[in-house]
Design a protein around this ligand. Structure first.
Ligand SMILES: Nc1nc2c(ncn2[C@@H]2O[C@H](COP(=O)(O)OP(=O)(O)OP(=O)(O)O)[C@@H](O)[C@H]2O)c(=O)[nH]1
Ligand SMILES: [Mg+2]
Length: 427
């Protein structure tokens, strides 16, 4: 959930950046134009679920697994193995299906799934939209296995380009022979680095003999190329969850489906965390300097507080009695003092919660100052400064800094020094 918050905060940061720079005369040239494009791309990427390509040899059980992940037996047995173009499974509030062509168009989605109709125009792919909440975390692509591996299928290649991770199905009865290994090794490293190997057909009587031996061979030969290996008996999984609802938990676990899903979700989490950390680092190195430099002509250089060696000291003593202060200052001081008190016992704090609360306090004061209409020509630099501070706080959530709580508190203390400079708050 922490990563969910961080993703949302980064999305907010990039949306704000695009909004703030939209009117800039240089919005479409040079560095700013590049940053705006990057902000848009990051926002889109952070907003979409991880995409899984289900790969494997012809007939290895990919569509059967796709049906189980979808939670419904959507792909009829009659057209399992071979009969369909690549399928994209994604989340939607209601069922929908439509044919599509890479780089061209996707037909309007119908509110029913009819594969005969969907394949009639010979599409590059079919989109299937389902109200299954798991699809909010990941989409998956089910492509037919190559019947002639030497002849690449353009439709499938386009799909692979768009994937973030791999689930590779291998039939236990013929697992990991040379041609299969070769097919797998041709996939881009980007998705192979996040691969789960699913060993299918383990329920078949022929698989029982020497099963342990096969699995240990696979561990040795294929294991190093994958993040996890899970064995899978599709018919058992289907019996355990008729209509997509697990009615027999023991059988679901025994089928291997629980483990396949857990491994997928754990890899999806890892991809998401890495993404947030990489994008957060770029935000800090490329975007923050730009944002910070933005107001230099309007105000004195914004001081980024120096990193302190120990816990920060509270805001300087206030000459006025608390009760005499303007309510806006009073409320700010109360909240920040409470946060400083918490920061003095670091062992009791969850860093993420602390920074989130700090963000909330700054967002609130931004709203309050804006609505109170208390700024004039001399102090109109204050609002952008609070916005910049908010950007910094948001980034602290995704950084690997050593002292995020101290850094956050320092930002608040610095803002507390600037706030009384608004004349109408101190009269
Ligand atoms: N017994 C058993 N049969 C399976 C299992 N997984 C798939 N099958 C069967 O294997 C056949 C091929 O499965 P598919 O899911 O169509 O395989 P695929 O990889 O999608 O095939 P292509 O799309 O043609 O590459 C079907 O008859 C499935 O019912 C399994 O774990 N156990
Ligand atoms: Mg298939």
């Amino acid at each position: 959930m922490a990563s969910e918050n961080s993703a949302q905060n980064l999305i907010k940061f990039f949306q704000e950046f695009q909004k703030k720079t939209a009117q800039n005369p240089n919005a479409n040239t040079g560095e700013l134009s590049e940053l705006r494009t990057l902000a848009r791309q990051f926002e889109t990427r952070l907003n979409r679920p991880t995409r899984i390509f289900i790969g494997g040899e012809y007939g290895s059980g990919k569509s059967t697994l796709a049906n189980i992940l979808a939670g419904e037996q959507l792909i009829p047995a009659s057209i399992l193995s071979g009969g369909l173009p690549p399928l994209i499974f994604r989340y939607g509030a209601a069922i929908g299906a439509g044919a599509g062509w890479w780089g061209k168009k996707v037909n309007a989605l119908a509110d029913y799934i009819d594969f005969v109709e969907l394949t009639a125009e010979n599409p590059d792919f079919i989109v299937i939209q389902l109200p299954n909440p798991i699809l909010k975390q990941f989409n998956f692509f089910d492509a037919p296995g190559a019947q002639q591996p030497a002849k690449p299928d353009r439709r499938v290649e386009e799909m692979i380009k768009r994937a973030d991770m791999l689930v590779w199905c291998t039939n236990v009865l013929q697992a990991w022979a040379e041609p299969e290994k070769k097919q797998w090794s041709k996939l881009p490293e980007k998705i192979r680095d996040h691969g789960i190997l699913v060993v299918t057909h383990v329920d078949l009587p022929a698989a029982q003999h020497g099963f342990e031996r096969v699995m240990s061979r696979l561990m040795k030969q294929a294991g190093p190329g994958f993040q996890a290996i899970a064995s899978f008996a599709a018919p058992t999984a289907i019996d355990a969850a008729p209509g997509g609802k697990t009615t027999d938990k023991r059988m679901w676990k025994d089928s291997g489906a629980a483990s396949v899903l857990a491994n997928i979700l754990s890899e999806v989490d890892l991809i998401q965390e890495t993404l947030i950390s990489d994008i957060g680092a770029t935000a800090k190195s490329k975007f923050v300097p730009f944002v910070m430099a933005r107001n230099t002509d309007k105000k004195q250089k914004v001081e980024t507080p120096p990193p302190p060696a120990k816990a920060p000291t509270p805001a300087p003593s206030k000459p006025q009695e608390a009760k005499d202060l303007h309510p806006i200052l009073q409320s700010w001081n109360l909240k920040v003092d409470a946060l400083i008190t918490i920061a003095e016992t670091p062992e009791s704090i969850d860093d993420g919660d602390y920074i989130q609360t700090s963000c909330d306090v700054v967002m609130e004061i931004i709203d309050t100052i804006s609505e109170a209409d208390v700024l004039d020509d001399k102090t109109d630099w204050i609002l952008p400064q609070f916005h910049d501070a908010l950007d910094l706080l948001i980034l602290l959530q995704v950084e690997d800094g050593d002292t995020p709580v101290i850094d956050a508190t320092n930002i608040l203390v610095q803002l507390g020094r600037d706030l009384p400079k608004i004349a109408s708050l101190t009269k």
